[in-house]
Design a binder for this molecule. Structure first.
Ligand code: EPZ
Length: 448
């Protein structure tokens, strides 16, 4: 119930925002249920939209430029909507025209992010480094945990303190202040945290002196952020490797940038085709970004052909198991692909073992898949999936973004009707999920 209420609140907040600011968003993100009549082999072509997990730090990075930035291929997602609401609250001008979002941060006036906006999207923590660097002062509420676990931010705070930000944790708020420009530092991360790496880059780009990040996250989204900031005049070297150098500059300028394609959305649609014994051609994607996932799909029996920006997959009638899948920091198997692959493995001819090494509570979708007839046993960070002959449609609840995607994948293959509630989780990361599934021949529709 709480999740449903949260969803409803978020949709209402979004609606108010759109009306209040007259922004030209393409429609308000509705909260309802998705109904899937399963058992149809899918076949079609999907253009993969821009990456949510790149758009969010890029939107935060616009704060550093003090001018106008244009982000192309920016997906229409509720999480991106939430980031735009934060920028608008801070005093930035924002407009969306199709997949292009233009941000003008010249009149940035606020240094605080309201609680409701912080709670709407816990990855708002990535605004901390950017606001601190631009204004020297930040006040945000401590982002809560989420469906995946405690989601601590100790690595973020420790690194920003090393850069000279005085951070006081008071009654659930982070009150931060720096005396003048932040100062470069040599920072070693105990874990290659994506968000912490992004926050350090955002804070260090205009700091005084050089910052080195040791054991940095190497995800493609980190590279995308560095490329955008370098286009704005930053001096960031080594992004995509485990050591990043940042020579702080005094000023950054507005620039244009095209957001990279969403690699997890690509994996999800590949799984939608694979689970139904169908086929799919993905366009505007980057096969190398999912280089650790494609071999697993081939091991499960799928035929895969790639070009620079397309992936074609043709699935067998019956899949093999996926072996043992261990989630790891990039370039290892991505934790965000664990739930989609688990859904896929429920209908294979053997056993697949998942080892979730990144988040402490990322098997919540297993219970919902079991309601559909899956044979899954979880113990701590291990999940053992024994393939079953078929799944059955059921009423299930999306537990989180990728867990919801897993239920869609399972529903497409299940016999009968599947009704998925709490779809607001899925709308955080999948643009026009209904339209894309219909383009592949799926029988899906929204209902209240
Ligand atoms: C980013 O989250 C992504 N989100 C996640 O995608 C993704 O699963 C994750 O990276 C790993 O790839 C966005 O980019 C918006 P982390 P983030 O910091 O930055 C622990 C999705 O589905 N940790 O790399 O929060 C943390 O608890 C989302 O699109 C600390 O202990 O991930 C987790 O166990 C889900 N202290 C691990 O590190 C910290 O200060 C990985 O977290 C920070 C993190």
């Amino acid at each position: 119930m709480a999740a449903k209420m949260a969803c409803a609140k978020s949709a209402q907040a979004t609606f108010v925002f759109v009306v209040a600011t007259g922004m030209l968003f393409e429609g308000v993100f509705e909260v309802n249920k998705l109904v899937i009549d399963g058992g149809i082999p899918l076949s079609g072509e999907i253009a993969v939209h821009g990456a949510k997990n790149s758009s969010l730090p890029l939107l935060a990075a616009t704060i550093l430029s003090g001018g106008e930035c244009v982000l192309h291929n920016c997906p229409a997602l509720s999480d991106v909507d939430a980031a735009c609401k934060i920028l608008s609250y801070l005093g930035c001008g924002i407009r969306r025209e199709g997949s292009t979002v233009t941000v003008n941060t010249e009149n940035l006036s606020h240094f605080d992010v309201p609680d409701d906006l912080m709670q709407e999207m816990r990855s708002s923590i990535v605004f901390l480094g950017a606001i601190a660097a631009r204004l020297g002062r930040v006040r945000i509420s401590f982002p809560g945990g989420c469906d995946l676990g405690a989601r601590p931010i100790d690595l973020h705070l420790s690194a920003l303190r090393q850069l000279g930000l005085d951070i006081r944790e008071e009654h659930g708020y982070l009150n931060c202040v720096s005396d003048g420009r932040l100062k470069g530092s040599n920072i070693s991360l105990s874990f290659p945290s994506v968000g912490a790496t992004e926050n350090i880059i955002l804070a260090a780009a205009t700091a005084r002196g050089q910052t080195v990040i040791n054991n940095a996250a190497q995800e493609p989204e980190i590279v995308d952020l560095a490329e955008f900031l370098n286009r704005c005049g930053a001096k960031i070297y080594g992004a995509g490797k485990s050591r990043i150098w940042i020579d702080g500059v005094e000023t950054l300028y507005g620039s244009e940038h095209k957001v990279i394609p969403d690699r997890i959305v690509a994996v999800t649609y590949l799984c939608c085709a694979a689970v139904t014994g169908g086929e799919v051609q993905l366009l505007h994607t980057r096969p190398d970004d999912i280089g650790s996932v494609l071999p697993v799909l081939e091991e499960m029996g799928c035929m895969i052909r790639c070009s620079d920006d397309t992936i074609f997959l043709k699935a067998p009638k019956r899949l093999n198991g996926g072996g043992t899948i261990r989630t790891m920091p990039y370039p290892g198997f991505p934790t965000d692909a664990q739930a989609p692959l688990m859904a896929l493995s429920t209908l294979s001819d053997s056993t697949t073992v998942f080892v979730e090494n990144i988040f402490e509570n990322r098997f919540r979708h297993a219970g919902e898949l079991i309601r559909m007839g899956a044979n899954i046993r979880t113990e701590g960070k291990i999940a053992v999936v024994q393939g079953v002959p078929s799944l059955y449609g059921a009423s299930v609840q999306a537990t989180d973004l990728r867990g919801g995607a897993a239920l869609i994948i399972a529903g497409l293959a299940a016999q009968g009707k599947t009704i998925i509630s709490n779809m607001c989780h899925v709308q955080r990361g999948y643009e026009d999920i209904e339209g894309n599934l219909k383009a592949m021949g799926a029988q899906v529709y929204w209902t209240d």
